[in-house]
Design a protein around this ligand. Structure first.
Ligand code: FAD
Length: 316
């Protein structure tokens, strides 16, 4: 069976959930190979990748790989494409992942498809385009398919692979060293899950009314173990930080459950959340466009409904 290369996303040696999702997808397409770039590889990491189906694990753990911005990772994958001739390459549709994929496409003279929400047989990637108005299925017609996949598009399922490790030395070119990392600032790790990775997202919009009122949204999120999101109206008003904005100019999320409270459902907001598996809308206007998209809708004042919901969830 042909190899399907998966670039491992990891922070401080901890493998991101999206990688386990990609391995699960890769198993349906061929024999998954995990590509680990940078220091921090441990037996525990190897065990995790094997548990989720990696038949091979390529490890390039030289410090140098993460000393420079993105390019060495693309170089590492290009080296593997040349030596292992995989049937395709899957990368997480994160800011870094998309850049790696683009660079890899140039290096291997291949086509790249970004932001897929699923992959069917023959590497047919499914995307949601034009602000979520149209779903398309497309295939790369040149070189090998390089596909970036949105976090939460697939449920990760364990199914052990062979887990054969192979050390790889990456030869960095001058071009790979063009941008050096000068400083890393660690973000405070909050108690809530990361927005783009969370299985549940509770978002607030202009209907929340103020920065203080966002505590209502946060309480429900905490009761559900969810991440907090916000519409642009809420972030532009300074009620919630911009890094939590969901939508066309914010983050794209695809959680199992998305709760939109006091959000009208503008096309630019939908673009960032409409591939969520289940959408619940809370809005006092029964004509709000968000109800066209929602699986469940509650018409009413969020300041009454959300605390009641929180109370019910906390009882369970
Ligand atoms: P509104 O549209 O004002 O809706 C507020 C809703 O809250 C209403 O439906 C109202 O009925 C309801 N409401 C009010 N009070 C209550 C209450 N007490 N209880 C229940 N419901 C209540 N927007 C994004 O979100 N993300 C983006 O990334 C983004 N990018 C953009 C990019 C461009 C180029 C442009 C032009 C716009 C972009 N926007 C984006 C803005 C977008 O067009 C909308 O203006 C924005 O999404 C509206 O946010 P909202 O739904 O919170 O506010």
């Amino acid at each position: 069976m042909a190899e399907v290369l998966v670039l491992v996303e990891h922070v401080d040696g901890e493998i991101k959930k999206v990688t386990l999702e990609l391995l699960t997808l890769a198993r349906r397409l061929g024999s998954p190979s995990a590509a680990w770039a940078g220091p921090g590889f441990t037996p525990a990491a190897a065990a995790k990748l094997t548990e989720y189906g990696a038949d091979k694990i390529y490890v390039a753990d030289a410090e140098e790989i993460t000393d420079y911005v993105v390019a060495p990772k693309a170089g590492f994958l290009a080296q593997l494409v040349a030596s292992a001739a995989p049937a395709g390459v899957l990368v997480a549709a994160t800011a870094e992942g998309k850049e790696v994929a683009g660079r890899l496409a140039i290096k291997t003279d291949s086509g790249v498809i970004t932001d897929a929400v699923g992959i069917a047989d023959g590497f047919a990637a499914e995307q949601s385009i034009f602000g979520g108005g149209v779903n398309v299925r497309s295939r790369v017609s040149r070189g090998i398919p390089i596909i970036t996949v949105r976090p939460n598009s697939t449920t990760p399922e364990p199914s052990p692979g062979a887990g054969a490790e192979e050390r790889v030395t990456v030869a960095l070119s001058d071009a790979d060293k063009a941008a050096k990392v000068v400083e890393r600032v660690k973000q405070e790790k909050g108690a809530r899950p990361e927005l783009t990775e969370a299985a549940i997202v509770v978002s607030g919009g202009r209907g929340v009314g103020s920065a203080e009122n966002f505590s209502v949204i946060e309480k429900l999120a905490d009761a559900l173990g969810a991440a907090v999101g916000a519409s642009r109206a809420a972030t532009d008003a300074g009620w919630y930080p911009h890094q939590f904005q969901v939508g066309q100019t914010g983050k794209t999320v695809a959680p199992q459950l998305y709760i939109a409270a006091g959000i009208s459902g503008a096309i630019q907001h939908r673009a960032g959340m409409q591939t969520a598996k289940t959408i619940v809308a809370i809005n006092k206007d029964p004509e709000a466009p968000i109800f066209e998209l929602a699986d469940f809708g509650i018409v009413g004042d969020l300041h009454q409904i959300v605390p009641q919901l929180t109370e019910e969830v906390e009882k369970r």
